[in-house]
Design a protein around this ligand. Sequence first.
Ligand SMILES: Nc1nc2c(c(=O)[nH]1)N[C@H]1C(S)=C(S)[C@@H](COP(=O)(O)OP(=O)(O)OC[C@H]3O[C@@H](n4cnc5c(=O)[nH]c(N)nc54)[C@H](O)[C@@H]3O)O[C@H]1N2
Ligand SMILES: Nc1nc2c(c(=O)[nH]1)N[C@H]1C(S)=C(S)[C@@H](COP(=O)(O)OP(=O)(O)OC[C@H]3O[C@@H](n4cnc5c(=O)[nH]c(N)nc54)[C@H](O)[C@@H]3O)O[C@H]1N2
Ligand SMILES: [Mo]
Length: 748
Amino acid sequence: MSLTWNEECSPMRQTLEDGTEVVRTCAWSPPGCHAVGCGIRLFVKDGELVKVEGDPEHPLTRGRLCPRCLALKEYVYHPDRLIYPMKRDRTKRGQNAWERCTWDEATELIVKKTAEIKETWGAESIIVYSGTGREAVRYAFALTSQAIGSPNHCYAQSGWSCMGPRQTAMTMLLGSAYLEYDYGGGLPKTWDDSAFVLPEYVLLWGKEPLKSNPDGLWGHALIELMKRGTKLLVVDPRRNWLTTRSDQHLQIRPNTDGALALALLHIVITEGLVDEEFVEKWCYGYEELKGRVQQYTPAWAAEKCGIAEDEIWALGRKLGYNKDGRPWGLCIGVATDQNPNGCQLVQSLVSLAAITGYLDVPGGTVVGVPMQFDMNSDSPLPADLVNKCIGWKEYPILPVLLNTTHPDLTLEALETGKPYPIKMAWFDSTNLLSPTCSAQPKRWHDALRRMEFVVAKEAFMTPTVMALADVVLPISTWAEHDGVVMTNQGCQMGIVGALNKAIEVGECKSDLEAFIHFGKALNPNFKWETAQQYLDHDMEGVGVTWDDLSEKVVYTNDIGGYHKHERGLIRGDGEVGFGTATGRVELWSLGYQNLGEDPLPYYEDTRLVAQRPELAGEYPLTLTTGARYFASFHSEHRQIPSLRQLTPDPLVEIHPDTAATLGIKDGDEVVIENPWGSIKQIARVIPTVRPDLVSAAHGWWFPEKDAEEPSLFGVWEANVNQLIPHKEIGKMGFGAPYKCLPCKVYKA
Ligand SMILES: Nc1nc2c(c(=O)[nH]1)N[C@H]1C(S)=C(S)[C@@H](COP(=O)(O)OP(=O)(O)OC[C@H]3O[C@@H](n4cnc5c(=O)[nH]c(N)nc54)[C@H](O)[C@@H]3O)O[C@H]1N2
Ligand SMILES: Nc1nc2c(c(=O)[nH]1)N[C@H]1C(S)=C(S)[C@@H](COP(=O)(O)OP(=O)(O)OC[C@H]3O[C@@H](n4cnc5c(=O)[nH]c(N)nc54)[C@H](O)[C@@H]3O)O[C@H]1N2
Ligand SMILES: [Mo]
């Protein structure tokens, strides 16, 4: 690995003639975003943030910014922002009965209650909940084990349906961290670097990176490649800006992806479009895979996916190995996770990238190296306590991969008190009652209301905090604290950036500062003194100090370059090969077999309907949920005026023909209903969705509505996760049907 930086860049802090200070920094959270670390210039006058601009000197983002960063000022100084700690009597949960308190009072209360609960019920009766890859997540594991001393850290999305399936297939088949298409992210000159090869194609599957910049991938890089000639191949049941500019768009029925992926393997294998040398040298189980995919013909998949067979043949042939051609890169999104067949779908896609020979070559699919920093190791807990983590017995993949509880089994433990009673919750970056990190949010609500004690760290009063918390602690935005951001949380760290503190607001603390604060207060053996010390330790793996990073603002990092398997950079033991038992890409997966799964990929029809054929008549439409919007990050930003104005309502997209049959017009309020729930959203009649599909928004609550129970800011009105069943997941415990539900829609 080697880090580089541009020596000609402006200094981190500069003062303009009128006294305005300009601070160069990188963005993360709050407000929420994934770890891209876009380059920022903050303009500060007399201690107040006056302007936010993109930093033209950032090697990747080069001055471009999305509307959420541009609206930061509205967020920082919003009158509803939480800027002091507050507490509330337990009997008044759900009521607006908050009292301002000091950090000292809040800390004293938390220390006392935590000690009581640990003493009576054991440390395992405390669960820390966090959401998606915000900055909090980096410290939440440490908060759980090092400060609180509990083994139970929970990401509450049913079936761990974000990264669970993707990371399973990547780890089991390759023993690597995250895979991403190559845009030259870690090269000093990115896509214009001489070491980079322009991909012929990017296969974009269930991902819309322009809006989502997901998992630390800067979405706009795709446009740079397209400008230079890369063609897009897209698999998505909806049309969008990218699909209309693609070489091929396969607008399949939702959640038939697994069938399509198997048919693509069928094509490249039966037509001899594989890289024989790579397969021979680096793959395990090719003959078995070949045998398995014979049955999955393009004709069979065309029927399942509701598209023409020719389209599948054409796509398969473009993805085949071509020794005289340029590579293609794999770019897969959360839609590949959010179904019970997700582990099999991603297994097929990783196999496809491997056997066509474009794994870890310039312009192909970059293999992630295991992380260089420590996010959840360093746990001081004894093994017998760690092994109490909820769901580890039932789903042994959890300790191997994620070190968290199983989300669905966590809800069951809250409800039943089995395997042991759960008494305390700590919300550390999730608003799970709003339709985000939950399925069946009313069940979570009812179960969590029974906790003895609840702490939350938040930026705004949310439905979750209003309903459940006894103490809420204010957190600082990325403009208000020092920190580190590494693209893809360190799994594909092409960029390592500094968060440089520019302003201060109220009594807010960063997640890192709060971790250090509570570590010292709760654990007599806590080993960190200051945030700076922790950041320095965090940077050891990349070989610089925090001060150095802060001053340089951003480094590019070659993450070990290409062909890492040939150079001993993937395996923990430094040997060549992949990080699997056989040292090869396990197309026939020993890992899957050990975990009770079929070692080869297979296809299952959407179980919800296949096992309940009676549903098909009553609920004729398929519901997909949660496609991202520019103006919000999950449940955040609903109170930010310039962003809310871009998307004022929860919208459900319906095809004009379907809408006409149902007597629905654009802008009508409609009911979306299935056997698990019924909600209302606003119809957006638009030809971008398939006629058999409706696409509903997630993350909606209404900060302008009544805050108290039972309204909770109107959180139940448009709450699409009420329509998602509990524990309808894959065999290894991952993948739930967030993007493939039966439903009906009618005018409200
Ligand atoms: N129906 C449906 N539901 C979905 C999805 C879908 O596609 N469809 N997508 C799912 C996916 S992929 C995910 S990952 C989950 C995400 O779900 P979550 O990550 O749980 O999202 P939020 O509920 O928005 O919770 C985040 C809360 O943390 C606060 N916050 C923001 N930044 C920080 C920070 O840095 N520190 C702290 N302490 N707090 C912070 C915010 O104010 C907000 O209230 O949602 C899932 N929910
Ligand atoms: N602005 C913004 N950015 C975000 C977030 C946010 O809330 N707002 N959330 C963050 C999080 S946690 C995540 S996980 C990422 C997710 O970001 P992405 O991985 O880009 O995923 P989505 O935007 O949910 O959906 C991408 C596409 O999947 C399609 N899709 C729906 N159902 C199916 C299906 O069955 N098959 C296929 N092939 N495609 C389908 C949708 O039509 C949509 O175009 O975004 C992150 N970034
Ligand atoms: Mo996610």
